[in-house]
Design a protein around this ligand. Sequence first.
Ligand code: CTP
Length: 399
Amino acid sequence: MLSGKRIILGVTGGIAAYKAAFLLREFQKAGAEVRVTMTPSATRFVGTETFASLSRHDVAVEVFPESSSADAWTRHIEWGEWADLFVIAPCTANTLGKIVHGFSDNMLTSTVLAARCPILICPTMDGGMYQAPATQQNLQKVAEFGYHILEPEEGYLASGLEGKGRLPGPQTILKKAETLIVSKKKEDKLLSGKSVLVTAGPTREHIDPVRFISNPSTGKMGFAMAEAAQRLGADVTLIHGPVQLVPPSGVETIEIETAEQLYEKVREYATADVVIMSAAVSDFAPTDYHHQKVKKDNASSEIKLKSTPDILSWLGGQRRNGQVLIGFAMETENLVENATRKLNEKNIDWIVANSLSENDSGFGVDTNTVLLLGNGEKQEISGSKREVARILLDKIFAH
Ligand code: CTP
């Protein structure tokens, strides 16, 4: 499966650095071409010559190499473009921390920033370092960046302690690498040439300049859907309400605040090949907007509401042939019945039903458990919102 594939092997300064030599051999046996970058401290554990002889390429340590050729200092860019996969094994807590903060102080960290391929991080460390809150938070961060993590194994560590922190064996890393290469191959094709419109986050319906009606949506699921569609090759537009998230790179983003503004923007992009309505649209807005803050002495105990447009129903009513419409349903009871009713009434192809009663799903959290309904099927999917987004699109479009 790795035949003809190009892998960068990043080696950082831990005792498991010597195991990377065996991993390199496994990659080669599987047919891959391998280049090695080592951090300066990794070279204290294993000499660059070992990896240079095995890989039959120069080993890169510093961004500024010894050679003075004019293009030598841009080789991290060239490597980043060259690779099909970047595996960092072992990855120390120090390099992990640098990756999280975007450091580019050596060839390895610079190439991480330049890389256009999947990145697999194999965190390997001793004692309590793996469990330390900073390490755990950094792991969560790199997962949010979309990098892949292969968890360390439990066992006897170099310090003499027992614990979680060992580098998994070369076969385990090889298998993970193969999975990433295969899913990248699929990713490259599935939605290429398609336009995808994604809506995300809450809307706000203002009563006056300081008060509004809204909901706890953070936009995480919608942003994950946009990112997943973009990775599958789609041309993605993301329209979103007020959120605290960084938009995925390569995605056109449009900010809105109210349901009415969302409706207006969706109409502009309504010809997209695929529309994913993950926004938590407010169903009601106050009938009157007060231009000045309503003082409590003048406030009435009632707020008159009017319905907002049901955007997804509008899309379902004017859909064109071949267009795929995907809705989300957040329910507190009768999940399947309510979601199925929305699927039919809104005239859409798929609905992703979310139950608020589960702890690990719904608003704000990074994980989700959903039911995908459509095409006469009902499938449960759970994992991080990123994983769920990928699986949803795989299931919907790999038909
Ligand atoms: N939706 C929409 N416009 C609205 C309300 C909802 O386009 N005014 C979309 C949502 O983005 C979602 C789907 O419709 O994809 C279902 O939203 P949900 O709030 O679960 O359902 P509602 O249709 O609002 O029905 P109810 O509030 O009765 O559950």
